[in-house]
Design a protein around this ligand. Sequence first.
Ligand code: ADE
Length: 228
Amino acid sequence: MKLRIDILTLFPQMFTGVFSESIIKKAVDRNLIELHTHNIRDYSLDKHKRVDDYPFGGGAGMVMMVEPIARCIEQLKSERKYDVVIFMAPDGKTFTQSKANQLSLYQNIMILCGHYKGVDERVRELFITEEISIGDYVLSGGEIAAMAVVDAIARIIPGVLNDESSALTDSYQNGLLSPPVYTRPSDYQGYTVPDVLLSGHEKNISDWRFEQQLERTKMRRPDLLDLY
Ligand code: ADE
């Protein structure tokens, strides 16, 4: 079963580099995910292809108009059924690993990227089923946030990473931060790798890693331990 993600944006070219490199490219090449961008401007019926207008009531900034977005969404919805229609927004619910896990199980996902001062509220009311923020800061548009969401989803689809267990040992997958990792040389200018990792003793290594996870989480993100 392949996951399809449709992204509605005014800047489809922003996605081309990110989607044609590294893990996302691998997921696409292996036919595990299908990514489509749609230029909202193509759905404007205006002779100048306008997609934004001044806000009613006045104020700074432009607002993305409901009609071109509605036309694009309706077109896609007439072609297939969507599990979710996501709007990337700084006032959405904060994105987490568990949300990424949940989204990775879906079949068809639509993601709308906003720009300017926002989108006409009726878009949110009529079409959006979920609003996601990637953090408490304001980006100039939803595109970079959508890329983060797509990346987090793509890398956990089984078969995307070579070592399938590696996504499972990520920070956050068991509610804890990842332990430190090392590779050769074992001695870098006197800075050495912990002996236990060179011992070949599997049980001691996994105990050490778990202790490190707890320690790191306690030091860096004590808020995560409140969940236990
Ligand atoms: N659009 C602008 N800022 C954003 C954020 N922090 N998360 C998601 N979408 C956004």
